[in-house]
Design a binder for this molecule. Structure first.
Ligand code: SAM
Ligand code: SF4
Length: 324
């Protein structure tokens, strides 16, 4: 459906949990995380119900995220059920990769279409410093397993946060050697991301051009969302940039988010949207739910204001509670 600015909303990100097995510095605090009570988290049945209604309004792509989606039991069952929703063409996953190798067979069997693996460094000590946990080998096993699944679309997401400057070239080189897109995501000032140094698209690009030669135009492809892609000579995959800070893409934003607690969130930066869980639990009719979803989507804010001072309605949660 179209929002008030004529943007066609076709993409729903569903956060299945706020829990995570890592503690990335820009996303979660080291200690003292206040987990949402289990009773406040949507059941898979409720998520599928909302997805079915969203599909009736034109949503055709769903991405599962978190927290870490693979720490919630039975995720493959959710993938399978979402794949059966009429109108949904693709169901994908964003994961830190720790549990991926172990769960990939059942996810593939359920029909998973793609996986984005978040990885900021190939250096073991740096991985531990950034994520405050061990697990680089498991992530790399997950990446290898994903690449071996020939029909699975695989992307790698890296947030350049000042701590991993020496890893930008080695990470991009993975797209030279493998059939995957490596994307650099500008750190956004949401939650803990506000207080860390960031690297801009042009700073990252300069390093890559120095290492690999000129960035060449390449097909942007369907379903790329806000990612802008470049090719380097001799590369198998592409290098992408998601640059919300320096190349704002709000005018073409086609997504909304469903948090694990059932809040349909229409823009990353604002606490704008509608609480769907109380409606579901009150036994609201599909007509009433569709009305609530339609009204919230229509009112989607025009754009973020990351570069301006924070205001009262800005998002107060950390990224693990929103889903990234
Ligand atoms: N745990 C999964 C993972 O790490 O892929 C899924 C959830 S995580 C919140 C989704 C994405 O958000 C990750 O790629 C992570 O790097 C990114 N992210 C977290 N905080 C961010 C921030 N402040 N700015 C930009 N990206 C951020
Ligand atoms: Fe967990 Fe993903 Fe946040 Fe890292 S970015 S702490 S893996 S939710």
């Amino acid at each position: 459906m179209l929002d008030q600015f004529g943007r066609d909303i076709r993409y729903l990100r569903i956060s299945v949990t706020d829990r995570c097995n890592l503690r990335c510095r820009y996303c979660m605090p080291a200690q003292g995380v206040a987990w949402v009570d289990h009773s406040a988290i949507l059941s898979y049945e409720q998520m599928v119900h909302i997805a079915r209604l969203a599909a009736q309004l034109g949503v055709e792509k769903i991405r599962l995220t978190g927290g870490e989606p693979l720490v919630r039991k039975g995720l493959a069952g959710l993938v399978r059920d979402l794949k059966e929703v009429e109108g949904i063409r693709s169901v994908t996953l964003t994961t830190n990769g720790i549990l991926l190798a172990q769960q990939l067979p059942e996810l593939l069997d359920a029909g998973l279409d793609g996986v984005n693996i978040s990885l900021d460094t190939l250096d073991k000590a740096q991985f531990t410093a950034i994520t405050r946990r061990d697990g680089l080998e498991q992530v790399l096993e997950g990446l290898e397993a994903a690449l071996a699944a020939s029909h699975l679309l695989v992307k790698l997401n890296c947030v350049p946060s000042g701590e991993n400057d020496n890893q930008l070239v080695p990470l991009a080189a993975l797209a030279r050697d493998h059939r995957l897109d490596v994307r650099f995501i500008e750190l956004m000032p949401i939650g803990l991301g506000s207080s860390l140094p960031r690297r801009t698209e042009s700073q990252v690009l300069d390093r890559l051009v120095e290492a690999f030669g000129p960035a060449l135009p390449c097909p942007q492809g369907g379903g790329d969302g806000p990612g802008k892609y470049a090719a380097f000579s001799g590369f198998t995959g592409r290098v992408g940039f998601i640059s919300a800070m320096t190349h704002q893409f709000c005018h073409q934003c086609n997504r909304v988010r469903l948090t694990a607690t059932g809040f349909l969130k229409t823009c990353l930066q604002y606490e704008e949207g509608v609480e769907l869980k109380p409606l579901l639990e009150r036994g609201a009719t599909d007509e009433a739910l569709l009305h609530a979803i339609r009204t919230a989507i229509y009112a989607k804010p025009a754009c973020h204001h990351f570069a301006a001072p924070r205001t009262a309605g800005d998002e107060q949660h950390n990224m693990n509670q929103i889903g990234g």
